[in-house]
Design a protein around this ligand. Structure first.
Ligand code: SF4
Length: 385
């Protein structure tokens, strides 16, 4: 058996047929969604817990089920250069393919019960709820959406049919064919670049940095998906000057200066409760390192500090989008996404006017829209993104 698989011999596994798997010569099924390549015998689940073998096929057990729905500001994902100020209908499912000890959404990502607890949410119902609530996009978030890609891509197709954009919040830990399948349905992505050493990924996430960098490189250089990066800075783990300089250097060399990067504050959670919260000064230092490296758009997150949450024109340095937390405080972007002061194009997807959603969060139930009978999904307790 794969040392990454979970055996549940007495459990009846139900789900929809999964994509991206193969038979192995020894009779096991290998999941090819992420580099873990879980090898499964009958009745086993992968490490993410939501992809499982039943009989001669792999299935996704969380299709059509959610951890709850919330209308968020797009800035919360965080995306600062993609339809600023607009509302995004956010949802996740359960499980995750990384094992981050510092997970800030562990009640969802580590759940092994949710696939039986949640009510049904067909793709058309989610897309229709987004349309009726005036959301410009739907976000696949809270847990990593690559593990439920069959569901996410069906929801995304229903959204596209209604002119609604799709946003992924992912760690980018995914194999080549699956990433093309998944991100081909997305318009924007925020990728968690959790650290910049293999040691960090191995020790704290049981993953591989190299694969994540490949995903980011591919997304920025070979697709039309708008990409922003986020690094949660954990005191003493991934916040050294040398590591941040190396990260920013890589961004400049491989991605160029226009890919925004967010440095966000960690709070003690899950299996990392012995660390202090990230001091604001650490975020400011990371911001300075990014700007010194030449990155045009660096941001701090999870703190109130308007100067480092604001977008500046890379040419004349005028503030073009002011922000306080997730609230827009200034708008100086003209027609076509140009700085109103000097006319320089600002990287991103902008409209003539910003959205007016503000910083509020609004949980919703699909059942309230009469789209799903008695749909009463339980909501996460303040998921972080
Ligand atoms: S997606 Fe899940 S089942 Fe598939 S390889 Fe990754 S952890 Fe294993």
């Amino acid at each position: 058996m794969s040392d990454q698989a979970v055996i549940l011999p007495d459990e009846a596994i139900e789900g929809v047929p999964a994509r991206h798997w193969q038979w192995l010569a020894d009779g096991r099924i290998q999941c090819d969604v992420c580099p873990r390549e879980c090898k499964l015998k009958e009745g086993q689940r992968g490490l993410c817990f939501v992809r499982a073998r039943t009989g001669d096929r792999l299935v996704l057990t969380t299709y059509g089920r959610s951890s709850g729905y919330c209308i968020d500001p797009i800035e919360k994902k965080p995306l600062n250069h993609f339809l600023p100020g607009t509302p995004v209908l956010s949802f996740g499912t359960a499980g995750c393919n990384l094992t981050c000890k510092f997970c800030q959404n562990w009640d969802i990502s580590k759940s092994r019960k949710m696939d039986r607890l949640m009510d049904q949410a067909p793709p058309e119902a989610i897309a229709e709820a987004a349309r009726r609530t005036g959301c410009r996009s739907v976000a696949y978030t809270y847990n990593d959406p690559v593990i439920f890609l069959e569901y996410a891509t069906d929801v995304a197709a229903a959204c596209r049919a209604r002119g609604i954009k799709n946003v992924a919040v992912s760690a980018g830990y995914v194999k080549e064919a699956a990433r093309e399948d998944f991100f081909g349905a997305m318009d924007a992505a925020n990728i968690d670049l959790k650290g910049f050493t293999e040691d960090f990924y191995r020790k704290l996430c049981t993953g591989q940095l190299g694969n994540v960098l490949e995903t980011v490189d591919w997304l920025v250089n070979e697709t039309d998906v708008w990409v922003e990066l986020t690094t949660l800075l954990i005191p003493g783990e991934n916040d050294s000057e040398a590591e941040l300089e190396a990260l920013c250097q890589w961004v400049m060399e491989r991605l160029g200066p226009d890919v925004p990067i967010h440095f966000t504050a960690f709070h003690p959670d899950y299996r990392m409760r012995d660390k202090e919260r990230t001091p604001a000064e650490t975020l400011f230092r990371a911001h300075r390192i990014a700007r010194s490296a030449g990155i045009h758009h660096a941001y701090t997150g999870n703190i109130h500090h308007e100067p480092t949450a604001t977008t500046y024109c890379p040419c004349c340095e005028a503030p073009v989008i002011g922000r306080d937390w997730h609230q827009l405080t200034r708008w100086a972007i003209g027609q076509g996404g140009h700085c109103t002061n000097c006319g320089t194009a600002i990287a991103g997807h902008f409209e003539a006017r910003p959205g007016t959603w503000g910083r509020k969060r609004k949980p919703i139930r699909l059942g309230d829209f009469a789209l799903v009978p008695d749909a009463r999904p339980r909501r996460p307790s303040q998921p972080s993104r």
